[in-house]
Write a protein that binds this ligand. Structure first.
Ligand code: NAD
Length: 366
C-alpha cells in the first residue's frame, strides 16, 4: 500500500532536515508518495503568505504531514504560523515522546528516561483570548470581572493592566485525557499522570483534574495518578524514571515538554506529533534555527524520530522500529553524528546533517 504524505519543507534549516528525514523514511522501504509543499519566509516573499492555500489543501487531503520547522515571519498577522496550523486543522493533541538514547550528551545519562508528554493544544492561556493594557475593551473586561467576581477583584488600574483568559472545558479535557489513555494502551504503557495546579486554579485546573479522574475510570487497565505542576517539575528532575505518560493542559504541557526534552539531551533529539480527528502533523520540537541555514550542520534526529512516530501512525510498525533502531545505533556509535552529539561542540570529527542521515540509511539497508 502506498501512503500519501505532505512534506512541508519549512524554512531556515527546514529544507535540509526535510530532505534528510525523507531519505531515511524512504530507506525503510515503506512506499510513500510525498506531496512536497513549501512554507515559511521564503515562500512568503513570493506569494505573500507563509502558508499557501495549496499547502492547507494538501494536508486536508492526505491527512498526514511531515513538517520541517517554519519561522513565524514578523508582521504577517500570524501570532504563530505553527499554532495557526494546529488550530486550523483541529490538531488537539500534541504528543512528545522524550526517550534517552545512549550516546546523547545529557546530565541524566544514567537514568533510563522514557516519557511521553501529551499536551492539550487548543484551550488554556494559549487560546489567544487576550486584552492589551490600555485598550477600551480591556477596561470593560476588568469592570465586568470586578462586577461579576464573587472572590478577589482586579485591583490594579484599568490603564496599567493586561488580561489573558484561561478557558478549560469538560469536552476539551475529556478529549485529551481519553487520547492519553488510548495512546498508553496502544503503545504498551502502564500509567497516566495528570498534571495541574488544581489547588490554586480550582475552576480550570480543578475541572481538568475532576474530568481526568472520571475518564480514568474508563481505563481500569492503566494506572492513574495526578501531580501538581511545580512538584512534577522537581520530580522529573529527581526521578524521571517513575513516570510514563503525562497529560497536561496547554501551557504546562509547553513548559514541561521542554523540561523533558532537556532531560534527554535537548532540542536536537526531541520529536513531536500534533494529532486530531482529521489528520496529523509530525514535527521536531525545535524551530528553524535560522543562523544555521544552508550550513549542513544541525542534527536531523528530531525530525527523523518524528518520522518514526509518523510511520507508527500509518500502521508501519515494523519499519518504524527499524528506523528508530538505526537512529539509536548511529548515535550510540557516536562517529557519524552532528556537532551537538559529540563530546565537544567544536569536535572536528562531527559530520553534517546529510552525512548523519546517510549513516542512518546505511544502517537500515546494511
Ligand atoms: P530554534 O529551535 O530554531 O533554535 C534555538 C537553538 O537551538 C539553535 O540556535 C541551535 O543552537 C539549537 N538547535 C535547534 N535545532 C537544532 C538541531 N536540529 N540540531 C542542533 N541544534 C539545534 O529556536 P528559535 O531560535 O527560538 O526559533 C527560530 C524560529 O523558529 C522562530 O521564528 C520560531 O517561531 C520558529 N519555531 C518554529 C517551530 C516549529 O516550526 N514547530 C518551533 C519552535 C520555533
Amino acid at each position: 500500500m502506498t501512503h500519501e504524505v505532505t512534506l512541508i519543507t519549512g524554512d531556515g534549516v527546514g529544507p535540509e532536515l526535510a530532505e534528510a528525514a525523507r531519505r531515511c523514511i524512504d530507506a525503510t522501504g515503506v512506499a510513500i508518495q510525498w506531496d512536497v509543499q513549501e512554507a515559511g519566509v521564503d515562500v512568503m516573499a513570493r506569494t505573500g503568505t507563509p502558508l499557501p492555500d495549496s499547502l492547507m489543501a494538501s494536508v486536508r487531503r492526505t491527512r498526514c504531514a511531515l513538517k520541517a520547522p517554519i519561522t513565524t515571519p514578523v508582521g504577517t498577522g500570524f501570532r504563530s504560523v505553527n499554532v495557526f496550523l494546529r488550530q486550523e486543522l483541529g490538531l488537539f493533541a500534541c504528543v512528545r515522546p522524550c526517550k534517552y538514547y545512549p550516546g546523547v550528551r545529557t546530565f541524566f545519562a544514567s537514568v533510563p528516561v522514557d516519557l511521553v508528554i501529551v499536551r492539550e493544544n487548543t484551550e488554556d492561556l494559549y487560546a489567544g483570548i487576550e486584552f492589551p493594557r490600555g485598550h477600551l475593551e480591556t477596561a470593560e473586561v476588568i469592570d465586568a470581572i470586578n462586577r461579576l467576581c464573587s472572590g478577589r477583584k482586579i485591583q490594579t488600574g484599568r490603564e496599567e493592566t493586561g488580561v489573558s483568559i484561561k478557558p478549560i472545558s469538560v469536552s476539551g479535557t475529556q478529549r485529551i485525557v481519553r487520547f492519553a489513555f488510548q495512546y498508553a494502551r496502544q503503545n504498551g504503557r502502564h500509567k497516566v499522570t495528570a498534571v495541574h495546579k488544581a489547588n490554586i486554579m480550582k475552576h480550570t485546573d480543578g475541572l481538568f483534574l475532576e474530568v481526568a479522574r472520571q475518564v480514568a475510570q474508563e481505563f481500569p487497565d492503566i494506572q492513574f495518578e495526578d501531580r501538581i505542576v511545580d512538584n512534577m517539575c522537581m520530580q522529573l528532575v529527581q526521578k524521571p524514571d517513575l513516570y510514563d505518560v503525562l497529560v497536561l493542559p496547554n501551557l504546562y504541557g509547553d513548559i514541561v515538554s521542554d523540561l523533558a526534552a532537556g532531560l534527554i539531551g535537548g532540542l536536537g533529539v526531541a520529536p513531536g506529533a500534533n494529532i486530531g480527528p482529521d489528520g496529523a502533523i509530525f514535527e521536531a520540537v525545535h524551530g528553524s534555527a535560522p543562523k544555521y541555514k544552508g550550513l549542513n550542520k544541525v542534527n536531523p534526529t528530531a525530525l527523523i524520530l518524528s518520522g518514526v512516530l509518523m510511520l507508527r501512525h500509518l500502521g508501519e510498525l515494523e519499519a518504524a522500529d527499524r528506523l528508530e533502531a538505526a537512529v539509536a545505533a548511529v548515535i550510540a556509535e557516536g562517529r557519524q553524528v552532528t556537532y551537538d552529539l559529540k563530546p565537544h561542540r567544536d569536535d572536528p570529527t562531527a559530520v553534517g546533517t546529510r552525512e548523519m542521515a546517510e549513516a542512518i540509511c546505511q544502517r537500515l539497508v546494511g
